[in-house]
Design a binder for this molecule. Structure first.
Ligand SMILES: Cc1cc2nc3c(=O)[nH]c(=O)nc-3n(C[C@H](O)[C@H](O)[C@H](O)COP(=O)(O)OP(=O)(O)OC[C@H]3O[C@@H](n4cnc5c(N)ncnc54)[C@H](O)[C@@H]3O)c2cc1C
Length: 664
């Protein structure tokens, strides 16, 4: 047999894979049959082809028998295609003169009839033997990788990833959309299971980010546009005005004192509306950067232009206040990107029967985190809206989680943070605390021990999903109380528990704009909306877009230890690329036959990797082979057949089809 470039000499190998293949497929008969196929010069069966001796066999045969094509029938190419390509290359051939046949997952594992399975194996092998004749000696391309990294989101995930990379000597751009970095963790007083003070462990990391010479930190900023490809991303970042010059402000906060608003009147976002702030403010005392900002929606100067501008007067020395500051676009070139945009909590008002918004003493867990926090709106006092301490508190678990009507998934941290809040509320108020749970899930280091500690502290646990929270009193003990109605599934009875305060342990969900963000970065989302990792076990921080990695809760709910571990892994993956200095690209890319392209543009919108552009002068489609992932969508869709793909050429595919159908 010949492909027109001289005679083809094929080496064929069938793997027993222990008994995985040989238990069902007659491997000896298969090798004997293959030996009779024209162009097959060597045909062998071997117990484990992927083992070192198996690979040696291929290399030796290439040399001894002057083989110029290799076919291996074994397991899935996902597992060992690279192994055999490497063996082929070590034997002195182009690795693209290799073809693999999956007779395990596609044959021996799914069939019982030995005879039929062996016949099927022959069909699959025949297809490969015919196809491999038309293979070409392709070459991998290399693209250089810039060493600067973009980290999107300045929660604990982004902070940890940025510091890891910066400490390794790489320059990091950390882009955070809020006025301060810190994310959700900055709102907590203590963290489970060790109950260490969140600020004590987070603040040093936040200030380290601010002062690190290798980190450019941009708050009040968002990515506006992303172009390019692995190693060479071109990013535009939109920086919103703070109306205070970051380099001039020293965080003395005198401008806040001086503001003509004598009292703080504006609902305070950082405290989730539980406190008030002025139009000129700092989100919280340990905010980073320690720079105030002005809210143009409520500042008199912005609204009427008639303010006395006492803030400007008091800051005359530093002249940091700038009402004319404008939005800016910064353009940066980075090689890799880490997404660490985190999560939002479920809006408790979506579950109306829990009374959030209807009864003032129904709080979300995040609000209670702020009440407990010494720098929160009540200075750390857990008090009701009327200022009194609660005598009984009910904590409702799984609010907006494990529920078909809201989110089906378990939010993974709520059991533990509910236990933490139960402990802290008891410590702060000495109230009776009731936990209403479906299951208690405490799989983590020290978590079960923490649960046992709570049991010994006299916290009550009632197993059952809460039906409703009302203020309807059925007897005098319920007067003036919130009543939690629940079926206690351990005693099989519906109970009514009167309490003063209800805490809704709201679940974690993707940000409302997650889909928009993932489109911007050309990454994928799971059906739930979390950013999708390339492989849940083997590539948990990689995305399907090379050079873009995931860290923290944007990939799915997780606690702080897991977030930090993942952020470290994402930073390490970025470092691997940076230190290699280049990436190798698989050559299975599509290309345009210019003479035949009619310039109809139908391929442009179909490409999931935005790899196709339209050349205005030539009036032809053009494929950027660095961006192309070889998915083949454009090849199939091109009406004139002018897009072809390396490794999937028409003649290769037709030969394969003829081979599989040529069963005698
Ligand atoms: C009530 C509650 C209590 C908890 N208590 C604990 C505890 O005690 N112990 C524990 O281990 N875990 C706890 N957790 C879990 C903990 O909050 C998370 O593990 C942690 O916050 C995850 O960090 P992150 O950086 O991934 O996300 P986040 O903290 O959400 O940070 C993400 C950051 O990205 C920014 N961002 C979002 N989108 C963009 C964008 N498009 N561009 C730029 N910036 C963006 C956000 O503003 C934010 O600053 C608790 C969670 C909740 C809800």
């Amino acid at each position: 047999m010949s492909n027109g470039n001289g005679s083809v000499r094929i080496g064929f190998y069938v793997c027993h894979c222990g008994t995985n293949i040989a238990g069902v497929v007659d491997v000896k008969a298969l090798a004997e049959w293959a030996a009779t196929v024209p162009s097959v010069v060597v045909s062998r069966d071997y117990k484990y082809m992927c083992s070192d001796p198996g690979q040696e066999l291929i290399q030796q045969d290439i040399r001894d028998h002057h083989l110029n094509r290799i076919v291996v029938a074994s397991c899935s190419p996902h597992l060992h295609e690279r192994t055999f390509q490497t063996a082929t290359a070590k034997g002195g051939l182009s690795p693209y003169y290799f073809q693999m046949v999956n007779i395990r997952e596609h044959d021996s594992w799914v069939h019982k009839d030995k005879k039929a399975a062996t016949e099927k194996a022959k069909d699959l092998v025949r297809a490969a033997l015919r196809r491999v004749v038309f293979h070409e000696p392709l070459e991998k391309k290399q693209v250089p990788v810039r060493s600067d990294v973009l980290v999107v989101g300045g929660g604990i995930a982004g902070i940890h990833a940025a510091l890891t990379l910066a400490n390794a000597g790489k320059h990091v751009y950390l882009v955070e959309r809020e006025a301060t970095i810190g994310g959700h963790m900055a709102k907590f007083d203590k963290t489970f299971p060790t109950l260490d003070c969140a600020a004590c462990i987070l603040t040093p990391k936040m200030t380290a980010v601010r002062s690190h010479p290798n980190i450019t930190m941009w708050t009040l900023s968002e990515v506006a546009e992303v172009g390019g490809y692995v190693g060479n991303y071109h990013v535009k970042v939109r920086r919103k005005p703070r109306y205070v010059l970051e380099d001039a402000c020293i965080g003395c906060l005198e401008c806040i004192e001086a503001c003509v608003y004598k009292q703080a009147k504006v609902s305070d976002e950082f405290n989730l509306g539980l406190g008030k702030r002025k139009p000129i403010y700092i989100p919280f005392p340990q905010a980073v950067p320690q720079v105030v900002l002005i809210d143009p929606e409520t500042c008199i100067e912005f609204k009427s232009g008639k303010c006395k501008k006492t803030c400007v007067e008091i800051c005359a020395d530093r002249n940091a206040i700038d009402f004319k500051q404008q939005e800016e676009i910064k353009e940066i070139e980075v090689g890799t990107i880490i997404m660490s945009t985190g999560f939002q909590t479920v809006d408790a008002a979506r579950i109306p029967y829990y009374g959030y918004g209807a009864y003032p003493n129904v709080y979300t867990s995040l609000e209670v985190e702020r009440l407990i926090n010494a720098s929160g709106p009540t200075g750390g006092e857990v008090i009701l809206r009327d200022g009194k301490k609660p005598k009984a508190v009910g904590i409702v678990h799984c609010v907006g989680s494990r529920d078909e009507n809201t989110n089906r998934w378990c939010s993974r941290v709520c059991c533990m943070y509910s236990l933490k809040l139960a402990h802290l509320i008891k410590e702060h108020t000495d109230a009776e605390v009731f936990n209403f749970y479906i299951d208690i899930r405490t799989p983590g280091k020290g978590f079960e021990e923490f649960y046992c500690k709570l049991l010994s502290e006299g916290v009550h646990f009632i197993r059952g999903r809460v039906a409703e929270v009302t203020d309807w009193a059925l007897d005098p003990s319920e007067e003036g109380k919130l009543v939690i109605r629940v079926e206690d599934t351990l005693i099989g009875r519906v109970r009514r528990i009167p309490v003063d305060m209800v805490v809704l342990s709201v679940g974690l969900e993707p940000h409302a704009d997650a889909d928009e963000v993932r489109r911007q970065f050309n990454i994928t989302c799971s059906t739930e909306g979390w950013f999708l990792e390339r492989h849940p076990k083997l590539a948990p921080v990689n995305t399907f877009t090379d050079g873009i990695f995931l860290a923290g809760c944007c990939q799915g709910p997780k606690d702080i230890p897991d977030t930090v571990a993942q952020a470290g892994a994402a930073a390490a993956e970025a470092l691997v690329l940076i230190d290699a200095g280049h990436v190798e690209l698989e050559p299975n890319t599509a290309y345009v036959l210019e003479d035949e392209c009619s310039g109809c543009k139908s391929c442009l919108s179909l490409c999931p990797y935005t790899a196709i552009a339209y050349h205005e002068e030539k009036k032809k489609a053009e494929i950027n082979e660095v961006l192309c992932k070889g998915c083949g969508v454009c090849v199939a869709a091109c009406p004139s057949g002018s897009i072809q793909q390396h490794m999937f050429q028409d003649e290769q595919i037709f030969a394969e089809i003829e081979g599989v159908l040529a069963h005698a």
